[in-house]
Design a binder for this molecule. Structure first.
Ligand SMILES: NC(=O)c1ccc[n+]([C@@H]2O[C@H](COP(=O)([O-])OP(=O)(O)OC[C@H]3O[C@@H](n4cnc5c(N)ncnc54)[C@H](OP(=O)(O)O)[C@@H]3O)[C@@H](O)[C@H]2O)c1
Length: 336
């Protein structure tokens, strides 16, 4: 089913930061951030067991438990099972994402894309989220950034395990939609080429942003559009640097990235548009994109996101970005 048929608007809230992604967030601040999103009318929330080894799901569930379940859309992910056993979070091997969620729960996480692990993961997520159903389930991070050269082996386990379980749950009406949630384009291209199973949507993080969009535009987004597989853009601020933060790709932003952001910011300033708006609007402008889900760990960010949603920027700004080579020539831009 097209997720556009049930997504409540084009702006959702990504709760990775609430798993203590970069810092130990007090519980009150985390719940105030979710409440700010709710009070602002946001009704699509994305989370995952990985985000703080269950912490993001628990925090989100605590706030949403009091809200009418029919009034919001919820997505979480499978691919990592959270155990009761404790480990040292700083000792986890997260490849190029090393150091993420060090302040999360210290529970051991096991990567597992098999059918059994998928069913167990969903059961565990329902408990942590204090709900009886999920709307969308994403197969999480089955890609090069977490598995290096072994990613195709992990993908194969997911194809014959998680994908089939989720397709069955979707066909039975237990969930409304399923897909992959990844930071790389290749697993999604591969999935679009499969005869079966067929996903409804993809959560593509960091690969359709002002700073990085060329590869996704070449093949993935046109093919997704043709096949009616909707895209949810995760990480529209490239994990922070496009919103005034310090992070790019979940690490400290390197100098060339900061230089590029400064060039975009200078043009945005000349055309009286905020960089956060430019980033969000760019991600949403492609017709394959159903929604964007910026993350935040502070309540004040939500009003900024909503303001950004209403600020398209003048045509001259988008033309200037093109002329300066800051976006590729065929990237769709917002129209007034
Ligand atoms: N594999 C996957 O499926 C996958 C991967 C990545 C992301 N996602 C999803 O996409 C969501 C969004 O991605 P994301 O949260 O990683 O990145 P993002 O939305 O690109 O950026 C969020 C970051 O921007 C920062 N920020 C926002 N406004 C700011 C401001 N005015 N000044 C300074 N910093 C500011 C926030 O900082 P504060 O924390 O200080 O508010 C937050 O850490 C995730 O939460 C998750 O739901 C999925």
């Amino acid at each position: 089913m097209s997720i556009k048929s049930f997504l409540p608007g084009r702006l959702g809230f990504g709760t990775a930061p609430l798993g203590n992604m970069f810092r130990a967030i007090p519980d009150e601040e985390a719940s105030a951030t979710v409440e700010a999103a709710w009070d602002s009318g946001i009704r699509y929330f994305d989370t995952a067991p990985f985000y703080g080894a269950g912490l993001s799901e628990m925090r989100l569930g605590d706030v949403l438990a009091d809200r009418p379940r029919d009034e919001f859309v919820l997505s979480t992910k499978v691919g990592r099972v959270i155990l009761d056993e404790i480990e040292d979070p700083s000792g986890r091997d997260l490849g190029e994402k090393g150091g993420l969620f060090e302040h999360g729960r210290p529970n051991k996480m096991v990567n597992d894309y098999s059918a059994d692990a998928t069913s167990r993961s969903i059961e565990d997520s329902l408990k942590r989220l204090k709900t009886d159903r999920l709307d969308i389930v994403w197969v999480h991070d089955v890609a090069q950034d977490f598995y290096g050269d072994e990613w195709l082996a992990a993908y194969e386990t997911a194809r014959t395990g998680a994908f089939r379980v989720l397709q069955r749950l979707r066909d039975e009406g237990v969930i409304k939609a399923w897909g992959l949630g990844v930071n790389r384009v290749e697993p999604l291209e591969l999935t679009l080429d499969l005869e079966e199973p067929k996903p409804d949507a993809f959560l593509l993080a960091g690969r359709y942003t002002l700073l990085d969009h060329e590869r996704a535009l070449q093949r993935l987004l046109p093919a997704a559009e043709t096949q009616n597989v909707d895209i949810v853009v995760g990480g529209p601020y490239s994990s922070g640097v496009l919103a005034g933060g310090q992070h790019f790709e979940y690490q400290k932003a390197p100098a060339p990235v900061i230089t590029k952001v400064e060039r975009i910011k200078a043009l945005a300033g000349q055309h009286d548009v905020g960089i956060k708006a430019a980033a969000l609007q760019f991600s949403l402008a492609h017709p394959a994109v159903a929604a964007a889900i910026p993350g935040a760990s502070r309540p004040s960010r939500i009003a900024e996101d909503l303001a950004a949603l209403g600020e398209r920027g003048p045509a001259a700004f988008w033309t200037a970005l093109r002329e300066e080579g800051l976006i590729v020539p065929d990237a769709p831009v917002p129209t007034a």
